[in-house]
Design a protein around this ligand. Structure first.
Ligand code: ATP
Length: 217
């Protein structure tokens, strides 16, 4: 059944949410203070309004309390994202989903009543980490939005080389914590240790390091 959604903030994230909702057959109202963005969105979203969403009267006039969901996709303007979320809940919008750029922003948004907080940048980081040699990830622990520990099947481009030759730490900030081979484990492997086909590597590093490593041929 077609539902009615509003997206406040038509940046990359907001537009992506809006376009996807529209493609699923929902009615989408896009709101942004930036005229050019509103103009661009007008051909893909059902309705668009150019307005400052922190303007209480303007926001009330849009009747957002009757919408099935409102997505607050304002990331970098902390004050605006908090104010708009607060106003929406005060006026009775049943489902407010707010985007947070940082953990702290997310906690504030939750406290003032956001029904759901999403972290697109963090989630993308995790997804990128998971895409390292795609299906070869056996396990992962996300340490922070930027760092993970992964257990991966040794990618072919690393096999037959020593850790010293690969120099992963200097090139990608990626450290091999352990190599699992047959039924044994070499913890804290040495520079002259060789990575062999079939090895399982336990690596720690930043997500962009993994991504660059993935590109290595
Ligand atoms: P993204 O990463 O999704 O591109 P971002 O996290 O950098 O976005 P911002 O650029 O801060 O987010 O905001 C997204 C959009 O929200 C921008 O197009 C901006 O014009 C709009 N926006 C910010 N504050 C308001 C406001 N008070 N009223 C309406 N729109 C706003």
């Amino acid at each position: 059944m077609s539902k009615q959604y509003a997206v406040i903030g038509l940046g990359r994230f907001g537009m992506s949410v809006g376009v996807n909702l529209a493609a699923q057959g929902h009615e989408v109202l896009g709101i942004d203070s930036n005229e050019a963005l509103v103009h661009d969105a007008s051909s893909v979203l059902t309705h668009v309004i150019q307005a400052d969403a922190t303007d209480e009267e303007a926001l009330k006039a849009m009747g957002l309390r009757n919408f099935d969901g409102v997505i607050v996709a304002i990331g970098s303007d902390l004050e605006a994202s908090i104010l708009v979320t607060l106003l929406l809940k005060e006026m009775g919008a049943p489902l407010v989903i707010a985007k947070a750029s940082t953990e702290l922003q997310g906690r504030v948004l939750q406290k003032i009543g956001a029904d759901r907080v999403v972290y697109p940048e963090r989630d993308m980081g995790a997804r990128v980490a998971h895409s390292l040699v795609a299906s070869n990830i056996l396990d992962s622990i996300e340490l922070s939005p930027k760092y993970s520990i992964l257990e991966v099947e040794a990618p072919p481009q690393l096999c037959g080389k020593t850790l010293k030759e690969l120099n992963l730490r200097n090139r990608y900030s990626v450290t091999v914590l352990a190599i699992k081979r047959d039924n044994s484990i070499m913890a804290s492997p040495k520079a002259e240790d060789l990575i062999m086909s079939g090895d399982i590597l336990v690596v720690i590093g930043p997500h962009d390091g993994f991504r660059n490593l993935e590109k290595l041929k």
